[in-house]
Design a protein around this ligand. Sequence first.
Ligand SMILES: [Zn+2]
Length: 94
Amino acid sequence: MKKQYLHLSAYPCDDCAAPVIAGTLAVRENEISKETDIRPVGAICLACGHRQSTATAPARIRHLLPIEWVPAAAIKASELTTAIVEALKRPGLH
Ligand SMILES: [Zn+2]
């Protein structure tokens, strides 16, 4: 069964040395398959808000355990299409 996973990693912020948390989503078609459709979803320093997408050497990246992440119903392709159609029908947005 296809599942989506959230991967979190932590590394020091270049500006203030506090932890930056970076997230990546990936899809696994079944329990033994490799992850596909890997995409970054954002990175931010917990202290200063600096959006640092990669660690700067020699900083070490610490990876947290992946978390199963159920995609929001709104981002399923079919429902997204419906949402766009509904949005286009709304008056005042054209
Ligand atoms: Zn910072």
